[in-house]
Write a protein that binds this ligand. Structure first.
Ligand code: SER
Length: 535
């Protein structure tokens, strides 16, 4: 077999399909511009979704791509496996070839088989395939084209062999190609009860796109049968480098070497998961920020924040006191910018965002970890109470999956229903008025202000005094331009060190002043999650 670097494999794949009359098309963005139902591009076919359904026409019928993908939310979500298996990533590249009403099953199988056995030189006796149980045609084609014996073609009846992008969209039966990494690894062939082991690894998925799911129970035929295939670049590179472990490839070894240097830790079997998480989560974060996704408390930005914080927690676990993520960026960009020049353009932004988030979060993390550790002795049945997980979320910015990841090593979990209950409770109370007012008109002002000016940046973990810009003054539930001596009013600023009352803790008191006036703060309330109102 050829020993190829990750870059070589990407190049060989694309040129093989170019030689076979496929147009090399650039990867589309991770934030799909053609589908509001998808959080992130999760496979190569997403950019061609409307070509499959006939809504969009292109001037080619065959295409090939190396597509940036993120699977960390939505239908295809691998986040919790990352770091603990050799083959899962939040960000990865999917190599694919596509036929838009041109060739179908026979040519797809032939092209795939020739690439892996002839071009890549993978021994045939290590390969097996699965087909959708009803797809007799594919079964026979594998026998005929690849010469595979029947016991190497597994018929699978589950959704494992019927691929769909999301709840709606193009879909069809699929056929997966597996490589047997040898009996030194645990795991059985596809369809067996120990199929989840690492011995038989799926390397390529050929989807025979035939249908479009247009509603939950309604599926129609596509205008023409088509093909969508997907092969994880990291997996096939591992195989071609003689390992079953993606994190043992040239690319990941380079990143992990830097994280080991920066955290001043030798790689051991006890800390390897942390290094893997750091390398993986760094890649996802860098590619998302390069597209302008920024950490926030909602939507895509929140998924990014979860990935970043999960990764940053692992660098903290390795003992690193300083932010390290941004320091690995130059190595990653050096590795990837040939194919993704957008990384070079975005480098200053990426560096800034990673550094700031890691600085901010490390303070919260240290405090949150103390609270968590202090409470672990009280845990019963290995289940952390949901309200404690919620406190970590609400006060210390620990996304739920971060707390779950911390507990994983201790063989504990979170009482998720208790967490959800605490969250629902919080949503209810944030909708309530200023304590005791009971006046709906008064409540509305907070929604209006939250919309108008956004939330307040809370600085109180690091400072008990700071500067801020006054964004709004409120008197008797109405926004006003000025307040006078003796008035009782509320003041909202862009940032504040005042702790706002929420969940039973008392709000801070103090003074807000400038050269002309002095505002005595008798109470601070946190409204709608992040609007800090000083009374
Ligand atoms: N869409 C299929 C997959 O993601 C093949 O590309 O597996």
């Amino acid at each position: 077999m050829d020993k190829k670097t990750l870059k070589d494999v990407r190049k060989s794949f694309l040129s093989y399909f170019a030689k076979n009359d496929h147009k090399i098309v650039d990867s589309s963005n991770l934030v799909p511009n053609n589908d509001p139902t998808l959080l992130f591009t999760n496979s190569g076919m997403v950019q061609f979704k409307n070509v499959f359904t006939g809504l969009e026409k292109r001037d080619y019928k065959r295409a090939t791509t190396s597509q940036k993908c993120v699977r960390a939310g939505g239908k295809h979500n691998d986040l919790e496996n990352v770091g603990y298996t050799p083959i899962h990533h939040t960000f990865f590249e999917m190599l694919g070839n596509f036929s838009f009403g041109d060739y179908f099953k026979d040519v797809a199988i032939e092209l795939a088989w020739n690439l892996i056995t002839k071009e890549f030189g993978i021994p045939k006796d290590k390969l097996s395939v699965s087909v959708f149980s009803e797809d007799k045609e594919a079964f026979n084609l594998w026998k005929k084209i690849a010469g595979l014996s029947e016991n190497k073609i597994y018929k699978i009846s589950t959704s494992d062999n019927f691929w769909s992008m999301g709840d709606l969209g193009p879909c069809g039966p699929c056929s997966e190609i597996f490589y047997d990494h040898g009996d030194h690894l645990k795991g059985g062939p596809p369809g067996s009860k120990d199929q989840t082991g690492n011995r038989f690894i799926e390397i390529w998925n050929l989807v025979f796109m035939q249908f479009e799911q247009i509603a939950k129970e309604e599926r129609i035929n596509l205008p023409k049968p088509s093909v969508d295939t997907g092969m994880g670049l990291e997996r096939i590179s591992a195989l071609l480098q003689g390992t079953h472990d993606n994190y043992e490839t040239d690319h990941f070894k380079t990143l992990i070497k830097v994280s080991s240097e920066l955290t001043k830790t030798k790689i051991t079997k006890d800390n390897i998961a942390s290094h893997r998480v750091i390398s993986d989560h760094l890649r996802a974060s860098v590619f998302l920020i390069a597209e302008g996704v920024l950490p926030s408390n909602e939507g895509r930005g929140y998924v990014l924040r979860r990935i970043m914080r999960r990764g940053m927690r692992h660098s903290h676990t390795l003992g690193s006191k300083e932010p390290i993520f941004y320091k690995i960026v130059p190595t990653l960009i050096h590795e990837m910018s040939d194919s993704y020049p957008e990384l070079i353009r975005a480098e200053p932004l990426i560096t800034e965002i990673l550094k700031t988030e890691e600085e901010k979060f490390s303070i919260l993390l240290a405090r949150g970890m103390r609270i968590l550790n202090d409470n672990l002795t009280k845990v019963k049945n290995n289940l952390l109470p949901g309200d404690l997980a919620f406190k970590l979320y609400d006060t210390y910015g620990f996304p739920l999956d971060l707390t779950q990841d911390i507990l994983k090593n201790k063989k504990m979990n979170v009482d998720v229903s208790g967490f959800d209950k605490a969250m629902a409770e919080r949503k209810k109370t944030t909708k309530l008025a200023w304590k005791g007012s009971g006046d709906e008109a008064v409540d509305k002002i907070w929604f209006y202000l939250r919309e108008k000016i956004g939330g307040t940046e809370f600085l109180g973990y690091e400072h008990n005094q700071s500067e801020g810009v006054v964004l709004s003054l409120i008197k008797k539930g109405k926004e006003v331009q000025e307040i006078n001596e003796g008035d009782e009013a509320d003041l909202v600023a862009n940032q504040t060190p005042f702790y706002g009352e929420s969940g039973g803790q008392v709000g801070d008191t103090g003074y807000i002043s400038n050269s002309k006036s002095n505002f005595q703060v008798i109470d601070t309330q946190k409204k709608l999650g992040d609007l800090y109102v000083h009374r």
